[in-house]
Design a protein around this ligand. Structure first.
Ligand SMILES: NC(=O)c1ccc[n+]([C@@H]2O[C@H](COP(=O)([O-])OP(=O)(O)OC[C@H]3O[C@@H](n4cnc5c(N)ncnc54)[C@H](OP(=O)(O)O)[C@@H]3O)[C@@H](O)[C@H]2O)c1
Length: 229
């Protein structure tokens, strides 16, 4: 936090901590945010994991799926009122070029055939589909939502997935900052960016029927039903 204050030269920098694999901790964080702030300009869903073994959260969800996809789904839905209070606000979901072109609802969390790569790719497919459907749902609001691939960046996650190599953290932050702040994106929603340019994602991600099915399934899994916006 001190580092953030130093870099931004601002004192009003603060933080909220919590474990995004836990529904309760997400809800506590959200309460804390509502208690401290009266609007939210940008929500960047950046946290993510790569797990080479299949582990479960307290709620019994596969961890990669829970942290990379379910947490952004809950956060957005619980923070939407605060996002609406900003004049115009943005959601940026950090996804990956590594996403799959299939979604098996009978084995959504890899109860069978788990591998780290498959679980990671599926979590990002879900987050991309969520981004696209959400953009439709938010079309009559002042909130936009986009997703992005940050590049191959030398981070803890990257080292767990592939090993060494990758660009610097500063380079990794570039497309996140672009999605969160670029004036030219003011009214642009439902896009996927690499290196600050819109790119296509795998065919399945555009399938409206599957997007809606995934949304319903996610509501069931989190035990929450979210109204239209
Ligand atoms: N690096 C790449 O090449 C690459 C490529 C494509 C996409 N991405 C995406 O970029 C995003 C950022 O990842 P990164 O590469 O920067 O990896 P990273 O350095 O490992 O950062 C991941 C962040 O997520 C946080 N996190 C993990 N589990 C959490 C949990 N349960 N609750 C709260 N926070 C949690 C980590 O916190 P702790 O440090 O406390 O664990 C860490 O700050 C991810 O969504 C990833 O999928 C990365």
């Amino acid at each position: 936090m001190e580092k953030a204050k130093e870099i931004t030269n601002k004192n009003n920098v603060s933080s909220v901590y919590g474990d995004l694999s836990s529904f309760n901790e997400i809800k506590e964080m959200v309460n804390d945010i509502y208690n401290r702030f009266n609007r939210l300009d940008v929500l960047i869903n950046n946290a993510g994991v790569y797990r080479s073994t299949r582990d479960l959260t307290q709620e019994g969800l596969e961890e990669t799926f829970a942290i990379n996809y379910i947490a952004p789904f809950i956060l957005m839905n619980l923070l939407i009122d605060l996002l609406k209070k900003a004049k115009s606000s943005r959601i940026a979901n950090v996804v990956s070029r590594v996403h799959s072109n299939q979604l098996n609802f009978n084995n959504l969390q890899f109860e069978t055939g788990y591998t780290g790569v498959k679980a990671y790719a599926r979590s990002k497919t879900c987050l991309i589909m969520f981004t696209y459907l959400l953009a439709d749902k938010l079309k009559n609001t002042e909130i936009t939502v986009n997703c992005l691939h940050p590049g191959i960046i030398n981070t803890k996650l990257q080292r767990a997935a592939i090993g060494s190599g990758g660009a610097s953290l500063l380079e990794g932050a570039e497309t996140l900052v672009f999605a969160a702040t670029a004036p030219e994106l003011k009214n642009l929603s439902g896009k996927y960016f690499i290196n600050n340019s819109p790119r296509p994602t795998k065919d399945i991600t555009y399938n409206k029927e599957i997007q809606n099915k995934l949304w319903k399934k996610t509501e069931e899994l989190v035990g929450m039903e979210f109204n239209e916006f």
